[in-house]
Design a protein around this ligand. Sequence first.
Ligand code: G3H
Length: 540
Amino acid sequence: MSFDQTLESIFPEALEVPEEFQIKEIQQREYLINGEIRVWNGNSQDVFSPVYIKTNSGLIPKKLGSYPILTEKESLEALDAAKKAYDNGRGIWPTMTVEKRIKSLELFVYKMKEKRKEVVHILMWEICKNYADSCKEFDRTVEYINDTIHAYKELDRSSSRFHIEQGIIGQIRRAPLGVVLCMGPFNYPLNETFTTLIPALIMGNTTIFKPAKFGTLLFQPLLQAFQESFPKGVVNILYGEGHKVVPPLMSSGAVDVFAFIGSAKAANSLQKLHPKPNRLRSVLGLGAKNPAIVLKDADMDLTISECLLGSLSYNGQRCTALKILFVQRTIIDEFIQKFTSAVSNLKFGMPWVPGISITPLPEPNKTGHMKELIDNAVSHGAKVVNPDGGKSNASLMFPAVLYPVSSKMKIYTEEQFGPIVPIVAFDDISEPIQYINDSDVGQQASIFGKDPAIMGQLIDPLVNQVCRLNINSQCQRGPDSFPFTGRKDSAEGTLSTGDALRVFSIRTLVAAKTQDVNKELLSQIIRERKSNFLSTDYIF
Ligand code: G3H
């Protein structure tokens, strides 16, 4: 079959979906607020998969079900529940002992694991991440929760002692901040939502989380686990249209932490609604345009395989993806020949097919937007240099490799978040460095080469422009114990299993002059376990 015929027939008929991957529609009517799983009788949002189904009347998107479109009223009820559960820091959850909070998290992770199959299945259908990577997203999230618990125990052990300095005795711990609003992105709807929700919870905050626009139904199997694992009001899940249910939360002034992963534009417009900007803390993961710099002595095979993974895994829909490749001109022909042949070998199709790389895209008319970027680049002198690059059928687009790319084209600076790989040839290393300096974003970069002197010279200026420099390796977030952040417009705050505990808490201390009366009082409080904060308990 020719490429065009394969692409034309890429979507299955309903019965061609393998039995183990068939999905029944989920008409979700339940939502979780204030510890109650309530039933919604109002409007609901239909959910369609990026997968189309071949029918006699043409391709139609596979319907996956629907979820409640809650309104401002439920949004404010969720806020009220979270505020009451926090109760100015006097609620059951923020004052609970560390050990008990850990027990709740452990119970949740146990119940969550029981739902692995369902969640992975829905995740794969909702966002078309291939099945192996959908499983990985689930498992990585479970591991993240376990590592967060471990990091919290470490943090608590180091805080379980008193300090005596300059005649003052004190115990310093990290305390929660209040009500946290968590919003994750569609490309990691489970993992990235939980990388803020879980640390926020374990530190004693109460939460409202809004699932991403795509990747919403996958939380339905977890509603009960949330309800059964946490005291009422500690986790509230808000369904509906973001532009209707989120602004009332922010303009109420009662959100203490805004944890958001998505676009800078959306984050900034929501932040502006908060009437008390100094009360609001933000933990943001925003845009990125991570470049690769390929030097003439780079190991070609290794570089090709890392650049391929970096630019096109999950169709390039990763915030850490390599979104522009700078290649030294003396090796550009060889690089393009090898890179485009590696792209041609990528399998495209349905997410359940083993070994599939390129899958349908969830955002409506994403292929249309990709085409505009390609056309714009072509009108300024670039060519699609790989066979069949940019060809599409409905929601699926085969990747386009563009060369030569220049600053006149939109793709030079715009974050494509999709299957386009722009390549720029450079003569002098100052050119990609200038690009990074001029960029409005600064998350990560990759450099490929072997000469220690040149690599060393590149490391020093670049580490002050981005927050992770990858040597002969693609850009990536993991391992999750490593700091994940960005400069400029890319991020605010640092997330890693350890750092996230810090961003969702604040150092608070109890201090007293070392007079006998105080020493005796503190000893008594500890001996008789009169406080959960003031305690020398050591968690093993
Ligand atoms: O979308 C951004 C993710 O944090 C990237 O994570 O590098 O592990 O794919 P990853």
